[in-house]
Design a protein around this ligand. Structure first.
Ligand code: FES
Length: 139
């Protein structure tokens, strides 16, 4: 697999939480965050957005909450199965996370999704200057 699409080594994907990385749609320029986590068969990846409110991130930068193989959205307590992405409990029960295709070769995880290109690891950086425009205060 191409080195530009290497995300991380399998050994560096945490067991009890998620690994955060960034992708860009090949037909767009807006970066998105994705999470990588272990499931019963290896590793799996989902876009890092809850299906209740899709601007809410599951992993807010320090790993998502997980319990018994499920990712938890801490905003309103939705649970998502790690291996299927299906919401098993909470306000979006029955909805599915959006899958990002990844593959493993020689101990490394690669992005193999035709719809996305790998950008880098970690969260999307928001410019400090932008914080003012995201204020809840309107005058
Ligand atoms: S935003 Fe995730 S459960 Fe409400």
């Amino acid at each position: 697999m191409h080195s530009a699409s290497r995300i991380v080594s399998v050994d560096d994907v945490p067991e009890e939480t998620t690994f955060l990385f960034r992708v860009r749609p090949v037909d767009g320029d807006e970066e998105k965050e994705a999470i990588l986590l272990h499931d019963d068969e290896g590793v799996v990846s989902w876009l890092n957005y809850c299906q209740h409110f899709t601007h809410i991130k599951l992993d807010k930068g320090s790993g998502a909450e997980m319990r018994d193989g499920e990712v938890i959205c801490t905003n309103h307590g939705a649970y998502f199965e790690a291996d299927s992405g299906r919401c098993t409990f909470g306000p979006c029960e029955g909805a599915f996370l959006n899958e990002i295709e990844v593959g493993v070769e020689d101990g490394d995880v690669y992005l193999v999704d035709d719809d996305y290109e790998f950008v880098g690891t970690g969260e999307i950086e928001t410019a400090k200057d932008d914080l003012g425009s995201k204020s809840n205060y309107e005058f």
